[in-house]
Design a protein around this ligand. Structure first.
Ligand SMILES: [Zn+2]
Length: 157
């Protein structure tokens, strides 16, 4: 299969065998959206408070349930960690890699790896956009620094 990225085939960070199982997963709407390059996250069906991914009772009004809706593909870095745990055979990265806690524009928080290979952590407060990594057949959200290095092409969507 040709690789449109022109680089190593597949995800830069993880082996395809680490793709999450999405059949009957409680996060099904997230994965279904990600497959179409949309970030779909849960909100309280009553008061619209953003919910944690697996939260099903609202902290604000006590309503049970989740209303999954697309959110804006942007946010900023709340915290960042550089992971020094390397696992040859599972983790493809050969250097430490950043994992960022992203506060999204619509209020959710997601812990994400970067969409592109990097060892450089973003700064706290940096604006980011959300892109999608592909693990086998499964798309997962990842952050992309909104202030790209010079020369990088931005896609419009
Ligand atoms: Zn609520």
């Amino acid at each position: 299969m040709p690789d449109p990225g022109g680089g190593v085939s597949g995800d830069w960070l993880l082996g395809d065998e680490l793709a999450p199982s999405i059949a009957d997963d409680v996060l099904g709407p997230l994965y279904e959206g990600a497959a179409r390059d949309r970030l779909v996250l849960p909100f309280c069906p009553a008061c619209r408070l953003p919910l944690e991914l697996e939260q099903r009772v609202c902290d604000g009004c006590g309503t049970a349930g989740a209303d999954w809706r697309p959110v804006a593909l942007r946010g900023h870095v709340h915290t960042v960690t550089v992971v020094h745990r390397l696992e040859p055979g599972l983790v493809r990265a050969t250097r430490p890699y950043p994992v960022a806690d992203i506060e999204l524009a619509d209020g959710h928080r997601l812990v994400l790896t970067s969409a592109e290979p990097t060892s450089d952590p973003p700064a706290i407060g940096d604006p980011v956009s959300i892109r999608f990594r592909r693990l086998g057949e499964v798309a997962v959200p990842a952050y992309h620094s909104a202030v790209p290095p010079s020369g990088e092409q931005e896609e419009s969507r």
